[in-house]
Design a protein around this ligand. Structure first.
Ligand code: PMP
Length: 346
């Protein structure tokens, strides 16, 4: 048997996702996680919750408690929410539930890689629309691409560029699209900007959020979707019955009720300090998120210098992002270490 030939034809050209993390790092500023772990009081509450867990039983398949907390927090009904094993899983479910082979999935480029990877994994056809010179949406090209597309995915703020696209352009896209417009607000707590209030008015709008960034729970894999209840019930047809484990549900419930504003504020203050320190020496994109996209002089040399200092960073190799690196805003220690390398010149 030729196993290679057996795979779904749309994924034949795909490589397995490799985040290229540096092994044995001292500082980890490569994956847009929160450099600060959950605060001590929240950790205590989580451990207390752990004492109540029945490890022998399946978790609540509907994550009713967590959904209730999130519904209240976001002023939507529990029926408008579904919880995922990370928001990645929810992107997968959306494509699985709503696309047929060959359907067009639009997304800007550069943006989050999983949109095109999961489109291909589900037999759909990704159509990438290049962002303009300011990494904002190219309005005409995007409107053209959404015409006939089943989905457009817009990360807001965008990853890896860090900026929020123009609100006016997105509004035009929501109105023009015949398919769904997914606003992936993974970094919402840093930007403070959201399309959530428009959810009731536009049936084709879908909002994604995650606990992996501002809520310090990347390890637990919890994301959620807010959409029209009909979208949610269709997603529930393809969702694996126990997709979010009991520990993750409990951790997310605690963190959803924990004040994260102080940590967010610390990260934003550090981001602005770094931005000011770097923009004299490098092109840096103004960021609405917890990371900065920086163009260095020589990407390979920069990668070596970071590695030598034990700093794991995200470096881009090809196309428009060649010689760009993405620096997650971490703790002051992590930021100082990264800044020292950049100040030496790379
Ligand atoms: N969307 C965007 C824009 C992201 O940057 C990320 C994480 N890198 C995700 C979604 C996925 O987040 P998670 O699966 O951890 O919820």
């Amino acid at each position: 048997m030729n196993i290679r030939e057996m795979q779904r034809s749309s994924i034949k050209g795909l490589k397995a996702y490799d985040p290229e993390l540096l092994a044995n790092y001292r500082y980890k500023v490569d994956a847009n996680e929160n450099g600060y772990d959950v605060p001590p009081l929240a950790r205590k509450k989580i451990l207390k919750e752990m004492k109540k867990v029945f490890f022998n039983r399946y978790p609540d398949p509907g994550a009713v408690k967590l959904k209730g907390i999130l519904a209240k927090k976001n002023s939507v009904s529990p029926g408008s929410i579904v919880i995922g094993n990370g928001s990645d899983e929810l992107i997968h479910y959306l494509l699985q539930a709503f696309t047929d082979p060959g359907d067009i999935i639009a997304a800007p480029a550069p943006s989050f890689d999983m949109y095109s990877i999961l489109a291909l994994a589900n037999g759909a056809t990704p159509v990438m629309v290049p962002l303009d010179d300011n990494f904002d949406l190219d309005e005409a090209a995007t409107l053209k691409a959404v015409n006939g597309a089943k989905f457009i995915f817009l990360a807001y703020p965008n990853n890896p560029t860090g900026n929020c696209f123009s609100r006016g352009k997105i509004l035009k896209i929501i109105k023009a699209a015949q398919g769904f417009v997914v606003l992936d607000e993974a970094y919402f707590e840093f930007s403070g900007k959201t399309f959530l209030p428009l959810l009731k008015k536009h049936k084709n709008l879908i909002i994604l959020r995650t606990f992996s960034k501002a809520f310090s729970l990347a390890s637990m894999r919890v994301g959620y979707m807010m959409a029209d209840p009909e979208v949610i019930s269709i997603i529930n047809k393809v969702r694996l019955p126990y997709n979010v484990n009991v520990v993750s549900q409990a951790c997310a419930a605690v963190m959803a009720q924990t004040a994260i504003a102080p940590v967010v504020k610390k990260i934003l203050t550090e981001r602005e300090k770094l931005y000011s320190a770097l923009k004299k020496d490098y092109p840096v994109v103004k960021s609405d998120a917890n990371f900065l996209l920086i163009k260095v002089n020589d990407g390979n040399y920069a990668k070596k210098m970071f590695e030598k200092s034990g700093i794991s960073i995200r470096m881009f190799k090809d196309g428009r992002l060649k010689d760009f690196l993405r620096l997650t805003i971490g703790t002051p220690d992590e930021n100082r270490a990264a800044l020292a390398i950049l100040k030496r010149g790379v």
